[in-house]
Design a protein. Structure first.
Length: 438
């Protein structure tokens, strides 16, 4: 289902600096165009963001509504920030600082010198840093309030069907889906690599005990490419989205507490609980990877070859073999069933899988089990695996009965948006807002 692209585009702020630094200077006679609580919004704010948007999205150049939509987006964000202050809602400063630093680095890298950047942007480096930090803080406060206000939203069967009737013409066709089960085996970790990773973790623990900042240590030591630059921040996660051992330890932590060293198939971790939000937790971690012995891939291949023969001969079900052998404890607990992260459906869009997986599954018929193959994902370590294709669903128009969970997710998203919009309207009665004609 398509969203109002202009509305969502104009909510971007300082973060677009990376995309269009050359358009930020604007010589205007400034004036206040709106007041929200104790905060003012200036004409220069609107002009700057409009210039950035039009540089990144040329098609918006003719849109007369751009300034008005930018103002509305800024008013809504400041409303949320004001409400957050009133409710004593806070965000993790370490996470904001880490992201600010990364954004600042990206911007600086686009200019030949610091002086050239300051001249082009019309602000000093410290002022730019503070501007980015303020914008990120405001965005995270707004996001946190949105999650809190919509966390308990749910939809009934009747609501789902009503949503489908009202929006069927706008719902995009369902992509080709597959239901897949897997058994995967990694090579064994070398003793030398385990010893080295453990020594680094011990050193990190000593630095933490001496008062070092967890986020800074993550940036310095963590080998997780997806989170290291953000101080190890993994954001908010729900149960079932993390590997079992990591999740078990993380959910047991108290706010601010740091775990002992935890081992998963990814390596050794130190985990810090930042805060909880309803049924999810906000954590960050430091990861040290451990090298695996390529010689042991032979053992992994041999183990899966035996499992393949056992399954295709009928001696053992694929599900039982997965529970007994698979190194992926999340799918193993479901008998090998692969489920997309954060999804409730037991099918995954074929186009969301990486090319090697798409090719392998494309050659299977429903019910087929693949022979052991070395899988080399774009991210993460290689492993041997066998797969079973349980079901293949071609691309098709969404049907509310066959694709109920798809429609349910869309209906729930729409209800959350409605609840949030209604709550936003109530804020206008609680917080002072005054607009001046633009």
């Amino acid at each position: 289902m398509k969203k109002n692209s202009l509305k969502h585009i104009v909510l971007a702020g300082t973060l677009l600096l990376v995309a269009a630094p050359h358009v930020l200077r604007s010589e205007v006679v400034d004036r206040v165009v709106a007041v929200v609580g104790n905060d003012a919004i200036f004409q220069s704010d609107i002009n700057r963001r409009a210039a950035m948007l039009r540089a990144q999205y040329p098609d918006l150049a003719k849109e007369q509504s751009v300034p008005r939509n930018i103002l509305q987006g800024m008013v809504e964000q400041k409303l949320l920030v004001t409400k957050a202050r009133l409710d004593s809602v806070t965000v993790e400063s370490a996470q904001v600082d880490a992201t600010t630093l990364e954004r600042l680095r990206q911007i600086v890298a686009r200019f030949p010198t610091k002086q050239a950047m300051e001249r082009q942007l019309g602000m000093t480096l410290p002022a730019l840093r503070e501007s980015i930090r303020e914008e990120l803080t405001n965005q995270q406060l707004a996001d946190k309030l949105r999650r809190k206000k919509t966390a308990l939203a749910s939809v009934t069967y009747d609501e789902v069907m009503a949503f489908y009737r009202d929006n069927r013409g706008q719902i995009a066709p369902a992509d080709e889906q597959v239901s897949v089960s897997q058994i995967i085996k990694y090579a064994a970790v070398t003793p030398e690599s385990r010893k080295e990773a453990a020594a680094v973790m011990q050193s990190i623990q000593q630095e933490l005990q001496a008062g070092a900042d967890f986020g800074e240590l993550a940036r310095k030591y963590s080998q997780d490419p997806g989170s290291a630059t953000s101080g190890g921040d993994l954001g908010f996660v729900r149960k079932g989205q993390l590997v079992a051992r990591f999740e078990q330890v993380a959910f047991a932590l108290k706010e601010g507490e740091v775990s002992e060293v935890v081992e998963t198939r990814y390596g050794l971790h130190l985990i810090q609980m930042l805060n909880r939000d309803d049924n999810s937790i906000h954590v960050r971690h430091i990861l040290r990877r451990m090298e695996r012995s390529t010689d042991d891939f032979k053992e992994a291949n041999s183990t899966l070859a035996s499992a393949y023969e056992s399954v295709v001969s009928g001696k053992e079900s694929f599900a039982d073999a997965a529970k007994r052998l698979s190194d992926d404890d999340v799918s193993a607990a479901r008998g090998g069933q692969l489920v997309a992260a954060g999804a409730s459906r037991q099918t995954v869009p074929l186009n969301k899988l990486f090319p090697q997986m798409r090719s392998l599954l494309g050659a299977l018929k429903v019910g087929d089990v693949s022979r052991p193959q070395l899988i080399e994902p774009p991210q993460g370590e290689p492993f041997y695996a066998i797969f079973k294709l349980n079901e293949r669903i071609p691309a098709h128009p969404v049907d509310p009965q066959k694709d109920y969970s798809v429609v349910e997710e869309l209906a729930l998203d729409a209800k959350k948006e409605q609840l949030f919009s209604e709550w936003m309207e109530s804020l206008y009665k609680e917080v002072y807002v005054h607009r001046v004609n633009m």
